[in-house]
Design a binder for this molecule. Structure first.
Ligand code: SF4
Length: 356
């Protein structure tokens, strides 16, 4: 079945698997940039409704009777603006700085921390003044020379899911290829990587896929690419010579978790070309939540099967000034040990960066 640009956004999205916004806002100044103009043409070609806004931080009155309906609309709303703050956030433990290419995500992962960090602004903001962003990046690299400086491009969004709209990730990869002391990394739950394959990356960009047991993906990660799609995309990235990695997160304790995570690692091993396994990293993050996050999740995904029972968890002081709930030590240790063993069974040369 072929998809026409004039088909409804929902149909285009269904057929292509790509994010097609249903409502688009532009800051007037964004149209002074070629990227802003390109996005406007793309929006017009598809007949998507759009309007102007004074600030990408002030989108109000989204359609919808209830807060939940407005949230769903916000997740399908794109705002095209200028990134004014060029002071980058820190991004421990995986990088020194967060690279601000976009804010917000079209995915509906029940546990996603953006639900609390973005608060009342869950719509998707992309920034068109990327030259300013590269200039700021260059300064951060110079400040730390001769140390290497790593930038994480997926702290506040999933940039692969937006790449067909912005092309910003491709620019970031080109930019970083020429930075002897700069490295780029990002993580994704989407498989639309074809436009990145021919780029000159110089080994300076590590692309990581967020993967999980099939049960977790099916139960808690709607509106993201499926397990087999992510694995296939990882194979392509490996063959294109990019350093590759996997984040297994959130690791969830459920009936049958051993089989689920064993299957995950076995399927990864089957799918990856040998050359992709020589410089492979794994990051492991057990499921955690705060009481604030729990309240938001229960409101937005009321039927979620995500277990958030304080009686079954260990309370830990989090760096955001709130308690978080993780698995008790015995369970966390069992998860860590079992999954680590499966990783090294299939990928003896892999590097485990952390379990948290
Ligand atoms: Fe959040 Fe990532 Fe899911 Fe998007 S894909 S909703 S950023 S966890």
């Amino acid at each position: 079945m072929s998809v026409k640009a004039t088909d409804s956004p929902a149909r285009q999205a269904k057929e292509t698997g790509l994010f097609i916004p249903e409502l688009v806002y532009f800051e007037p100044a964004a149209l002074d940039y070629p990227k802003g103009q390109r996005i406007l043409s793309w929006v017009k070609e598809r007949g998507l409704p759009y309007q102007m806004t004074t600030s990408h931080n002030r989108i109000t009155n989204l359609p919808g009777e209830t807060e939940l309906e407005q949230y769903k609309v916000a997740k399908r709303t794109l705002v095209v603006g200028i990134r004014k703050t060029l002071k980058f956030d820190t991004s421990k433990p995986s990088a020194e700085y967060a690279l601000p290419l976009a804010t917000g995500c079209m995915g509906h992962c029940h546990y996603c921390y953006l639900q609390t960090t973005l608060g009342a602004k869950p719509y998707i903001r992309v920034y068109v003044n990327t030259d300013d962003i590269w200039e700021a990046t260059r300064k951060y690299i110079e400040e730390r020379a001769p140390e290497i400086t790593r930038f994480e491009a997926a702290c506040t969004s999933d940039p692969i899911g937006l790449e067909h709209l912005t092309g910003s990730l491709a620019e970031a990869i080109w930019f970083m290829a020429d930075q002897p002391l700069g490295r780029l990394r990002f993580v994704t739950k989407y498989h639309h990587v074809d436009s990145l394959l021919p780029l000159r990356h110089n080994g300076h960009t590590r692309i990581r896929f967020s993967v999980n047991a099939d049960y977790v993906i099916r139960s808690f990660e709607p509106a993201t690419s499926r397990f087999h799609e992510r694995i296939e995309a990882a194979g392509k990235i490996g063959r294109a010579g990019y350093p590759l990695g996997f984040i297994i997160a959130p690791i969830i304790w459920y009936d049958g978790w051993q089989d689920g995570y064993a299957e995950l690692l076995a399927r990864l091993a089957n799918a990856l070309p040998e050359e992709a396994t020589r410089d492979l990293t794994f990051e492991l993050i057990q499921h955690r939540y705060t009481k604030t996050a729990k309240a938001v999740i229960e409101k937005r995904y009321p039927k979620s099967k995500l277990e958030m029972d304080e009686a079954k968890r260990k309370k830990k002081w989090g760096r955001w000034g709130q308690h978080k709930y993780v698995y008790p030590d015995e369970q966390a240790e069992a998860l860590r040990e079992y999954i680590t063993e499966r990783i090294f069974e299939h990928f003896p040369a892999a590097r485990l960066e952390y379990f948290t």
